[in-house]
Design a protein around this ligand. Sequence first.
Ligand SMILES: *[C@@H]1O[C@H](CO)[C@@H](O)[C@H](O)[C@H]1NC(C)=O
Ligand SMILES: *[C@@H]1O[C@H](CO)[C@@H](O)[C@H](O)[C@H]1NC(C)=O
Ligand SMILES: *[C@@H]1O[C@H](CO)[C@@H](O)[C@H](O)[C@H]1NC(C)=O
Length: 338
Amino acid sequence: MATPVVLTLILLPLLLCQSIHLDIHIPLPDGCLKYHALRANRLLRQASRRTFGGGTTATAAADDDDMPMPTEEVNLFSVHTPHITLYLADFDLEVSEISRSNNNEPGALPLNDTKVSAFMDEISSINFTEIILSTGSMECPITYYSNDAPSDTYYIINGAYTMLPIAKNPCLQTLSDTILQYMKSYLRHPVVVPPWVAELPEPSRSSSIYRCREYGSPNVLEGFDPHVTVGYDPLSSLRLGTMQNDVERSVKYSPVNNREGNSLSNSNSSNRANDLQWRIDAMQQWNEIYWQALSSGNYCADEVVRGIALGKVGVGGTVLANTRMGYWDIGPPPGDQI
Ligand SMILES: *[C@@H]1O[C@H](CO)[C@@H](O)[C@H](O)[C@H]1NC(C)=O
Ligand SMILES: *[C@@H]1O[C@H](CO)[C@@H](O)[C@H](O)[C@H]1NC(C)=O
Ligand SMILES: *[C@@H]1O[C@H](CO)[C@@H](O)[C@H](O)[C@H]1NC(C)=O
């Protein structure tokens, strides 16, 4: 049911060119949820090595052992931060185009320190503790949930993406809404509405276009659909014909693609007949482990938001772990300190 909405989020940043997109997000706290996100990512990476490994060279395998490079691009162990996006958009923080030397080379402009510090001051002026208290809770709970209740499936595979849905609640929604209200004035204008949004069925088409124009993202307000991305594999999604154009563009224009040599040109489509199936197999394995743990009690149920962070967006709507620009701690609720 939530599938089309979830899909929209992650394609958006990738379709929009070379400017730097920033993600205001909840980093998963150390604990049960993060453990299972890493576990899902590891299973996907392992499965993608097994499935496609034969084609890559030994030098490309310098990753961690003699195994071939995984085609799974998300690496929650060293490159990317497991997170829940609250607001991701193309903010106008770069130096002006005029100050760039007169060439047409593609690539992101450097950030303008003045604009960035105003942006950071704006986020810092938000009292996150107060927002959480205003929703009637002392803390903001985060938990995985199954959007497919009868079969207890705690993951979604959609195109290139594998995601773990997070249960929506008033606290998460209010955090996202509030950040949006504070930060929307920093958006780059005019906002480019990606063509695929125009192809959504009504009524989501009109409302998504509206949210894009107004907020730079369709995945805010009623489009907010929290999740943790654990996989992004554009090669695999090529089998899903309707997405092909978007995926090609997302690979071409993704803000950070330091593995171009391992990109589309190397794909051998006849090897990839089971592209979707290997991911389903890996995630079913994950789901089984998670579900077993859940059924043994109140498992993974007591986690809360510990802080909000700002970072740069990498492939597949991921957040690059080494680009964190700020972190705002949310302590224990008042009265909870000893
Ligand atoms: C940086 O931003 C400030 C404030 O908007 C502006 O006055 C200044 O000209 C910008 N500098 C560059 C190099 O774009
Ligand atoms: C944020 O709000 C909480 C709860 O209302 C309050 O106790 C705290 O002093 C506020 N922090 C700042 C920096 O204003
Ligand atoms: C692609 O895979 C098929 C089947 O494994 C193989 O016959 C073919 O030679 C491969 N093509 C390339 C360009 O690697």
